[in-house]
Ligand binder design. Structure first.
Ligand code: AMP
Ligand code: MG
Length: 408
């Protein structure tokens, strides 16, 4: 039985990053950047006004106050979208709108609230500070700056930044294609009737959703029966993708042929047993360089082992520079007993209250109790030697990207 950290290292070392493709900016949301993005421009391109007001030389108004305003002559107006056509000389000011370039000869903008205009003149009631209300050329980004780095996942902020520097076509990593298959004579799929000897196939759907969440494209291959022929056929189909996930049939039972058939396909088996709970019989290997996971069939085991091993593998394959979920410290709310020996991923609900995370388990933790996953937004990660946790104790909690309740 390999410790988790060691098994994860073996997995990640076997993963190669996929190739790239070019997509229009609008289609790059949720994808992973496969190029560094540079700016070819200065933004703002010129010093510009942060306020509606008057552009002037600060020297001329340094004595201005409510009682002794300074009067200047308005010689022009600049709006956003226009360029100034005049420069400012002694005794003059130019009316300016937010975002408009500041005219030559000016160093300060006084906001309109601190002025009063009459005819072609304006009274300035406040000196403020030299340079006030001017946004400097390049304060957002300068020519040659790196805007985003390879491996960044693209969301709203990144999309906006790329639009800002005029990037209309983006090089991103290809999304991994992941073949998802379930095994078991007892399984009935969604379109089948659940008779007394059948249980519903939930793994294919839960795992496909996990694949999407990890940036992959799942292909549900359906159910292979517990015969060599059926497994041979489905696993053969499963080798068409970038990764194959098989659930069930990897323990030591009489009809657990998955490992045998993978051997027929020439698998380079890296391990088949990891010290993780739930999910101890977990097989991992490569067929023709393609990673294959034999996930244990119990629904919670399948999902937990995917989270811990297949998810970071997929993220790496998809070019992500950051492949792990956030891990936070949380205060235990309820006593929880454990059997030592394996790292335990306890399905849990974490919430945020008065400056810290609080955590409790979702209840019964059997590896077949899928409801423990349905209610969870996190895992308490308990090390192999842990026998119990007590209220008030601080434990490590892995967040799952689900909503977290804030407040009381
Ligand atoms: P196995 O790993 O094949 O021994 O399966 C362990 C347990 O997980 C058995 O009780 C199976 O019925 C259950 N199981 C296996 N595959 C699935 C699946 N696709 N959906 C739901 N439960 C499953
Ligand atoms: Mg089975």
């Amino acid at each position: 039985m390999r410790p988790i950290e060691e098994a994860l290292k073996v997995v990640l070392e076997s993963i190669r990053v996929l190739g790239t493709e070019r997509v229009p900016l609008q289609d790059s949301d949720g994808r992973i950047l496969a190029e560094d993005i540079y700016s070819r421009i200065y933004l703002p391109p010129w010093d510009n006004s942060a306020m509606d007001g008057y552009a002037l030389k600060w020297e001329e108004i340094r004595e201005a106050s409510q009682d002794r305003p300074v009067r200047l002559r308005i010689t022009d107006e600049v709006r956003a979208g226009a360029m100034p056509s005049k420069s400012v000389h002694s005794g003059e000011a130019i009316r300016i709108m937010t975002g408009a370039p500041v005219p030559e000869g000016t160093d300060t903008v006084v906001r309109v609230e601190d002025t009063k205009s009459e005819g072609d003149g304006v009274s300035i009631f406040r000196s403020g500070k030299k340079g006030e209300n001017i946004r400097k050329k390049g304060e957002n980004v300068r020519r040659g700056d790196t805007v985003l780095k390879t491996g960044t996942s693209i969301g709203p902020g990144q999309l906006g930044a790329m639009a800002m520097v005029g990037k209309s076509i983006v090089t991103v990593y290809r999304r991994p294609t992941v073949m998802v298959m379930s095994t078991g004579d007892e399984l009935a799929d969604l379109d089948e009737e659940i008779t007394e000897n059948k249980i519903p196939n939930s793994n294919s759907y839960a795992v496909a959703s996990q694949v999407i969440e990890a940036g992959g494209i799942p292909h549900i291959l359906g159910i292979a029966r517990d015969t060599r022929e059926s497994l041979r056929e489905k696993i053969g189909q499963g080798l068409a993708g970038d990764m194959l996930l098989v659930s069930g049939g990897v323990s030591a039972g009489e009809y657990d042929f998955v490992k045998d058939i993978l051997k027929e396909y020439g698998i380079d088996m890296k391990f088949w047993s990891v010290g993780i709970k739930p999910g101890h019989p977990l097989a991992f290997g490569l067929v023709g360089g393609r990673p294959i996971f034999g996930l244990p069939g119990n629904p919670v085991s399948t999902m937990v082992t995917f989270e811990v091993f297949a998810r970071p593998a997929l993220l790496k394959m998809g070019g992500h520079s950051s492949i792990f979920r956030p891990l936070v410290d949380a205060v235990v709310e309820e006593e929880f007993h454990d059997r030592p020996g394996r790292t335990h991923f306890v399905r849990a609900v974490v919430r945020y209250k008065e400056g810290r995370y609080l955590v409790r388990s979702t209840g019964t933790q059997g590896s077949g109790v899928l409801m423990s996953m349905a209610y969870a937004n996190s895992f308490m990660v308990l090390p192999p030697d842990k026998e119990k946790v007590l209220p008030g104790e601080v434990v490590k909690v892995q967040l799952l990207g689900r909503p977290v309740e804030y407040g009381s």
